[in-house]
Design a binder for this molecule. Structure first.
Ligand code: UDP
Ligand code: MG
Length: 345
């Protein structure tokens, strides 16, 4: 019997968790040849999400809950889920029902055909704004242009993959993670499966424009050095322009004997080049900042509490992951101090 781990990150999803869980249960009931675990990662929720998840864990031993000690972001919440997954096949999907659980059997069928990674590809995006659709399309085009390893267009983080892929992914511990890029770059046998993305069942998006931009910047800076190179080309182009300017000034002075008083052009050039310098510095700074944060070697996440997690099933390689070891330690300490059950989230 295949063991399947479904992983969902949840941030303030109190309104949708119960219907989402019900849909997961019907999915599991229809797939009789497989057994499931539901890894629900509470990414530092401040509404009742944590309590609801604990209640589900009490009722159903298939529900494993990781309470991250604070909000770490969608990509790291998914990473935490992957660290704690014990399945032969893993599926990641959002908890807001935008990635319909009914598509999961089709993803699993593709895995059965022999693929290692199956990306669910959005055929339509009902309920998403025109602005989000257009900027997403533009971003994927740009990334494809400047990076060899860009993700497939219209593929988010709804995908299924096999255990070898999971183990390979666990080796990638970068802090600024852009999982869809990493999965695309991983190799293995990959396939896409088109699906219709439904509107959010309830609640509101946790990805406002600023966070979308931050994710897009991570995608670009993690997978392309094109911004650094573009600075060089920009510099060259501007040298050429200033060379023309010098030639023109020389002709004016020596041939036409018409010396322009010139402070306007001086100020224009000065401000222009100062601006350019700052722009170039900021591009370099963006990469240096990422090197600094990676150099600190901090854990990506740490859990405050764990529910229904059996470390025996995770495999020795998972236990060596510093974050898993740290979370285990923290959870054990809390348990020893009698702090586990149904505390306020
Ligand atoms: N999410 C999370 N941590 C965050 C932001 C989002 O765990 O910091 C979860 C959220 O609960 C949802 C999924 O990630 O299950 C996708 O987020 P959302 O639906 O807000 O993004 P959108 O679909 O609008 O891009
Ligand atoms: Mg959503």
């Amino acid at each position: 019997m295949t063991h399947v781990s479904l992983i969902s990150p949840c941030l303030n999803e109190a309104e949708v968790i119960e219907p989402f869980y019900a849909r997961l249960c019907s999915l599991a009931a229809c797939e009789s040849g497989r057994d499931f675990e539901f890894i629900l990662v509470d990414d530092g929720s401040t509404d009742g999400t944590g309590l609801i998840l604990d209640r589900l864990a009490d009722r159903d031993p298939r529900v494993r809950v990781l309470h991250l000690a604070r909000n770490c972001g969608h990509q790291i919440a998914l990473t935490a889920g992957m660290d704690f997954a014990s399945g032969d096949v893993v599926v990641t999907l959002d908890a807001d029902l935008q990635d319909p659980p009914e598509v999961v059997p089709m993803l699993l069928a593709k895995i059965d055909e022999g693929f290692d990674i199956v990306h669910a590809q959005r055929r339509s995006r009902e309920g998403e704004t025109w602005f989000k659709r257009c900027t997403a399309r533009l971003f994927y085009r740009l990334l494809r242009l400047i990076s060899k390893e860009s993700p497939r267009e219209e593929c988010g983080d709804f995908r299924a993959f096999t255990r070898p892929v999971l183990l390979a992914m666990r080796g990638f511990r970068e802090r600024h993670r852009y999982l869809r890029g990493l999965f695309a770059a991983l190799g293995f046998r990959q396939a896409v499966l088109p699906y219709d993305r439904t509107p959010r069942a309830a609640g509101h998006t946790k990805f406002p424009l600023a966070r979308m931009i931050a994710l897009a910047v991570d995608g670009i800076l993690s997978f392309s050095s094109a911004p650094l190179k573009s600075v060089l080309w920009l510099g060259c182009a501007l040298w050429a322009v200033s060379l023309l300017f010098i030639v023109r000034a020389c002709i004016g002075h020596f041939i036409l004997h018409r010396t322009v008083p010139g402070w306007t052009s001086l100020v224009v050039l000065l401000t222009f080049f100062t601006g350019l310098n700052l722009f170039c510095l900021s591009v370099i700074g963006a990469y240096v900042g990422k090197i600094f944060e990676q150099g600190q070697g901090r854990p990506l996440y740490w859990c405050s509490r764990l529910r229904n997690v059996d470390f025996g099933t995770l495999g020795p390689e998972a236990l060596q992951t510093p974050e898993v070891a740290l979370s285990r330690l923290t959870a054990d300490q809390r348990e020893a101090a009698g702090h586990t059950r149904n505390e306020p989230a």
